[in-house]
Ligand binder design. Structure first.
Ligand SMILES: [Zn+2]
Length: 150
């Protein structure tokens, strides 16, 4: 790191200390050229994943909202909370992977992820979802439904 005094690029870290919450590290550095001591901070770069809705508006990805939508489909079905949690985490992982570079995922993609997992988990829940889908005339209508819980 460039020395603020002599602009030399050679320095050594004398001390590293993490803050209590573990979100940043403070480093005391000493310039190898002039001996000047300075401090640098290291932080995790967090860019929230955004959901792009059909109308092109964006909302932060919200796992709770997604869960509410799924809970509606599995109501009174023998689907354990553990399975739902696993499914949610799986979808979250997939969504993060899909939005790795753009930090965005479409509500259409999210809807497809839910459908795929519901199909594996419980056919009745899947059919509930699918019947909602068929009730509407086209994919766009279905996407509107997904938009309500994504
Ligand atoms: Zn220096």
């Amino acid at each position: 790191m460039k020395c603020p005094l002599c602009e030399s690029l050679n320095d050594k870290v004398i001390e590293s200390r993490q803050n209590i919450s573990g979100t940043s590290i403070r480093r005391r550095r000493e310039c190898s050229a002039c001996g000047y001591r300075f401090t640098s901070y290291e932080k995790v770069e967090e860019v929230p994943l955004m959901v792009v809705k059909k109308d092109e508006t964006r909302q932060p990805f919200d796992l709770k909202k997604l869960e509410r939508g799924i809970q509606r489909a599995i109501e009174k079905r023998p689907v354990s909370q553990v399975s739902v949690d696993r499914m949610l985490h799986d979808i979250e992982d997939k969504a993060n992977l899909k939005g790795k570079s753009s930090h965005e995922v479409s509500s259409i993609d999210l809807g497809e992820m839910v459908m795929t997992r519901l199909f594996e988990l419980d056919k009745v829940s899947y059919v509930r979802f699918a019947s909602v889908y068929r009730h509407f005339e086209n994919v766009e209508e279905f996407v509107k439904i997904i938009d309500t819980f994504s």
